[in-house]
Each structure stands twice: as structure tokens, then as C-alpha cells.
Design a protein around this ligand. Structure first.
Ligand SMILES: [Zn+2]
Length: 148
């Protein structure tokens, strides 16, 4: 079977889609480590499968990965909170997390192969908790690296 045309991962024994559904189910249980990393893991998946990017061309996903790599979940939560509040004056209470070098690549831009994909984070298909946090960090770094 051909590897995934977008992220390059093998489609066996599970396709990227099947793994993504498993990951979403874990996220939605809202338990650590999966729940808190939901936004980050979805951003990784979308940016490795650009045909699924939302109408903003992944601007939020891209900013979120940079926030995570530079400031961890605290910065991610600030970013998400600010986006939810929109232009509310309450959003001006804290300085924005720095999102350096976060210019969004064009979705059709050529990128190198991803050194870490959802298959690596899934390990045996179950996204084991003991390796998940490290796995997502490596996944996020590989995603950003490949698009540079
Ligand atoms: Zn894929």
C-alpha cells in the first residue's frame, strides 16, 4: 500500500485517518496528557495534511505550534483564550505570547519529509500516555521544521 500522500507515513496497519479518530476520542475524554494537548496535536495533524486545513489556511494552527514550542502549554492557552475572546478589551490584560518566526507557509509550498508523524506518536496505535507529551513535542518540532 502507498504511504500517505500528505505526511508520508505508512498506511498500515492503520491509516492517518484512523489514528486521528483515535486521538480525537482520547482528547475528548479530557484526560491528561491527551486533553490538554488537544489543540497542539490537531494543529500538527492539519499542518501535516494541508488539504484539511481550515479556511484560515492554518494560521491559527501554525501560531499555536510556535507558541507551544517556545512557551509550552501556558502560551498555547493564552493564545487560544485570546482568540476566543476576540477583540474584547479583556484580552488586553496580558501581553501576547511571542510568536517569533511564525509567518505562515503557503499551503502548497514544498516541504521536506516530516521526521515525526502521527504514526510515531501513536506508537502501537493507542497513543500511550507515558510517551505522549514527548511525542507531541517532537511531532510539533518536526512539523515546523519541515515547513521552514
Ligand atoms: Zn498522513
Amino acid at each position: 500500500m502507498e504511504p500517505c500522500a500528505e505526511c508520508g507515513a505508512p498506511m498500515e496497519p492503520r491509516s492517518c485517518d484512523e489514528l486521528f479518530q483515535t486521538l480525537l476520542a482520547l482528547d475528548h475524554a479530557r484526560q491528561a496528557p491527551w486533553g490538554p494537548l488537544h489543540g497542539v496535536s490537531v494543529a500538527c495533524f492539519l499542518l501535516q495534511h494541508p488539504s484539511r486545513l481550515p479556511a484560515d489556511d492554518g494560521a491559527m494552527a501554525w501560531a499555536l505550534l510556535h507558541a507551544y514550542l517556545e512557551g509550552g502549554l501556558d502560551d498555547v492557552n493564552q493564545l487560544v483564550g485570546r482568540a476566543r475572546r476576540g477583540n474584547s478589551h479583556r484580552a488586553q490584560g496580558r501581553p501576547a505570547p511571542a510568536v517569533r518566526g511564525a509567518a505562515l507557509p503557503h499551503r502548497d509550498a514544498p516541504h521536506s519529509r516530516f521526521s515525526v508523524t502521527i504514526h510515531d506518536v501513536a506508537v502501537d496505535g493507542s497513543f500511550p500516555s507515558s510517551e505522549f507529551t514527548e511525542g507531541v513535542r517532537a511531532w510539533a518540532a518536526a512539523t515546523v521544521d519541515a515547513w521552514k
